[in-house]
Ligand binder design. Structure first.
Ligand SMILES: NC(=O)C1=CN([C@@H]2O[C@H](COP(=O)(O)OP(=O)(O)OC[C@H]3O[C@@H](n4cnc5c(N)ncnc54)[C@H](O)[C@@H]3O)[C@@H](O)[C@H]2O)C=CC1
Ligand SMILES: O=C(O)CCC(=O)C(=O)O
Length: 443
């Protein structure tokens, strides 16, 4: 079978089984393109349809979340937990609260999570969950009532050896605290059934910072492997949430010039580089749910993205498909050297293809943003051991894990002369999961 016929064969059945799930199919397609050459030679895996079976979640739990708003009116949203695979460990992955959440979005995130978690080398399966609830514009009491109602159902499905959720878009430490508090009341058991908890009640040092810091650590590994360094590089960052602001913080520490942060209204540009002082102002504003356009620092460009800024490194840290083909072309013309994904699947398939053709270094999210879930894995270990490690120890572990992920990717035998971080990450992770899955028989 040629590579293309293998890929067509893999995609046909999954595509027809998942109509109207474009994000999920995009993630599946990327994996099939990366591993197709190798998979075509794996007779046993093809015969037992490992790829197709792995594309079917273990289960998708969907539920009603009823909550009362401040006017006393009963509202309801839909909640989900996609428990994709627990081959390598308990289900693990974040919860997202945003109006754009659909089953397709959570399935793509859950699928990516299986392979990201495999790359960390820690015993974690893959899952994702959340709700189409929009936290924007809700007051704290409404958020609390929503979180409690959401957990009333979710608590039946989670536990330290079953499924361990964490945060994602719209779910930060405030929401994790509310969710965990309600879980404790319902279960009457203290154990680490959630990660991202406050450090004074079982959370790990550095978990809040880990995704952004890890992304910069990975970027440094990738640059140094390719005879470059981060010092002095101009970095365009999108987003202004947990991942973006901690990536910006670490990049500034490493003497890079951070040119931007953004939100859905536009981009805030810092021509001479974001300073720690101004980063503090952005953090304070975002902590209160404000808009970047309200700040009187930098230059705000309404309705724009960071992708037309002249930069050396693009670091998309906001959301899926935020960087499209035109943006990729603009970045290439402006001389970008590397793209490092803080967000999950922030590039459209066409944008990704442009960077591949132009041989731009491109670190996919499942590698570059794995630092967050890796420190979640370390939080699970600390909870199980009833220990609390120092920030220095956790940060060192995080650096070591990002380094190890990088070296696994560059040594993955993709059969191609040109090093592709996308293919390397997909192949290294898929092999680990597929070998375990296959050995379980009719699983
Ligand atoms: N929090 C974590 O530990 C991890 C998060 N991620 C991924 O990182 C990305 C960001 O997540 P967080 O920072 O945790 O979320 P967050 O909720 O803290 O921040 C999201 C930010 O993105 C901005 N945003 C949303 N849509 C946008 C758009 N279209 N254009 C520009 N900005 C937009 C929002 O204004 C907000 O500032 C997501 O893709 C998430 O899945 C990945 C690994 C771990
Ligand atoms: O920390 C975790 O469990 C999950 C983090 C996450 O949602 C992600 O890696 O996309």
């Amino acid at each position: 079978m040629t590579k293309n016929s293998v890929i067509d064969d893999l995609l046909d059945e999954i595509t027809s089984a998942n109509p109207d799930q474009p994000e999920f199919l995009q993630a599946i397609d990327e994996m099939a393109q990366s591993i197709g050459g190798w998979y075509g030679k794996q007779k046993d895996f093809r015969k037992s349809r490992v790829f197709q079976r792995l594309a079917e979640p273990d289960r998708v739990i969907s539920f009603r979340v009823s909550w009362r708003d401040d006017k006393g009116v009963l509202q309801h949203n839909r909640g989900w937990r996609v428990q994709f695979s627990h081959i390598l460990g308990p289900y693990k992955g974040g919860l997202r609260f945003a109006p754009s959440v659909t089953e397709s979005v959570l399935k793509f995130l859950g699928y990516e999570q299986i392979f990201k978690n495999a790359l960390t080398g820690l015993p974690m399966g893959g899952a994702k969950g959340g709700s189409n609830f929009d936290p924007k514009g809700k007051n704290p009491a409404e958020i609390e009532r929503f979180c409690q109602s959401f957990m009333t159902e979710l608590s039946r499905h989670i536990g330290p050896d079953i499924d361990v959720p964490a945060g994602d878009i719209g779910v930060g430490q405030r929401e994790i605290s509310l969710l965990y508090g309600h879980y404790l009341r319902l279960s009457n058991t203290w154990h680490g059934a959630l990660t991202g908890k406050g450090c004074n009640f079982g959370g790990s040092a550095v978990r809040t910072e880990a995704t952004g810091y890890g992304c910069v650590y990975f970027c440094c590994e990738m640059l140094s492997h390719n005879d470059m360094e981060i010092e002095g590089k101009r970095i365009a960052i999108s987003g202004s949430g947990n991942v973006a602001l901690h990536a910006a913080e670490k990049a500034i520490d490493m003497d890079a010039t951070v040119l931007s942060v953004s939100d859905s209204d536009g981009v805030l540009e810092f021509k001479d580089g974001l300073t720690k002082k101004d980063l503090g102002k952005v953090k304070t504003l975002k902590g209160k749910g404000g808009h970047l356009s309200d700040l009187s620092i930098g230059q705000f460009h309404k309705g724009k993205t960071p992708w037309n800024l002249e930069c050396d490194i693009a670091m998309p840290c906001a959301t899926q498909n935020e960087l499209d083909e035109d943006a990729a072309k603009t970045l290439v013309e402006a001389g970008v050297s590397a793209v490092c994904e803080g967000a999950n699947m922030p590039l459209t398939a066409k944008a990704s293809e442009i960077f591949r053709q132009k041989r731009i270094l491109h670190a996919p999210g499942k590698a570059a943003n794995a630092g967050g879930v890796a420190v979640s894995g370390l939080e699970q270990s600390q909870n199980a051991m009833r220990q609390s490690w120092s920030a220095e120890k956790v940060d060192q572990e995080l650096r070591d894990i990002m380094k190890k992920i990088h070296s696994e990717i560059v040594s993955a035998d993709t059969g191609k002369k040109q090093l592709s971080y996308v293919d390397g990450a997909n192949l290294a992770a898929f092999k680990r999961v597929a070998h375990a899955f296959h050995s379980f028989g009719s699983f």
